[in-house]
Design a protein around this ligand. Structure first.
Ligand code: SAM
Length: 213
């Protein structure tokens, strides 16, 4: 499937979704076919979300690329992801924060937390990604503050605990809006100030939890 992966990444570069070398390298390295359901392997390099069971999806590669670009990830960063799903997005981010970085990813649906964990273990990301079962809308206080936080599901508003767990100088991406359509919001912390800006429209499954829907 390496040829298909190369073709997909080339197309993401051509279409302007990937502009940075570190995003390109990470997406060339992570085998998306290892994070999809067995019966959908042949579609792993179609630029679309795919079902992963329990009514959830692995995000489209162009959305993973957009979020990786906007997060300005660097080696050594400590990152929190809400919504592990298949574990694919966490693996891409783990590539970008290596060496020295770590990704904590929270999933509320047990079979998916196990799915993500197995996929990450099989593909060699066991030591750089920690999968945690729980309600990610509350964040992960015991490992805060985080240099980067990204939410891979949509919230009615920016969840307050996540803002509180952002390091000074840190950045967070969260899709905010209604259940059908959202704006990808970036929150940057500068001391006690939080600067918000929108990066345009997106569509994600809902964040279900205390600070979500
Ligand atoms: N990042 C994933 C990947 O690479 O496959 C795709 C994420 S999928 C679009 C959104 C995920 O968020 C689903 O697996 C869903 O169960 C999860 N989710 C929804 N609400 C959550 C919450 N409060 N805490 C943790 N995970 C949540």
């Amino acid at each position: 499937m390496e040829r298909e992966r190369e073709a997909l990444v080339n197309s993401l570069v051509r279409r302007g979704y990937i502009v940075s070398a570190n995003v390109e390298e990470a997406m060339r390295r992570v085998p998306r076919e290892e994070f999809v359901l067995e019966r959908l392997r042949r579609d792993a390099y179609v630029d679309t979300p795919l079902p992963i069971g329990v009514g959830q999806t692995i995000s489209a590669p162009h959305m993973v690329a957009i979020m990786a670009e906007k997060l300005d990830l660097e080696p050594g960063h400590k990152v929190l992801e809400i919504g592990s799903g298949s574990g694919y997005h966490a693996a891409v981010v783990a590539e970008m924060v290596a060496p020295g970085g770590h990704v904590y990813t929270i999933e509320r649906i047990e079979p998916l937390a196990s799915f993500a964990e197995e996929n990450l273990k099989r593909t060699g990301y066991k030591d750089s990604v920690t999968v945690i079962m729980g309600d990610g809308s509350k964040g992960l206080k015991e490992h805060a503050p985080f240099d980067r936080i990204f939410v891979a599901c949509s919230a009615p508003d920016v969840p307050a605990p996540l803002t509180e767990q952002l390091a000074d100088g840190g950045k967070m991406l969260v899709p905010v809006g209604g259940r059908m359509y959202q704006d990808l919001i970036c929150v940057e912390r500068r001391g006690s100030r939080y600067l918000k800006k929108s990066h345009g429209g997106c569509v994600f499954v809902p964040l279900i939890g205390e600070f979500g829907y």
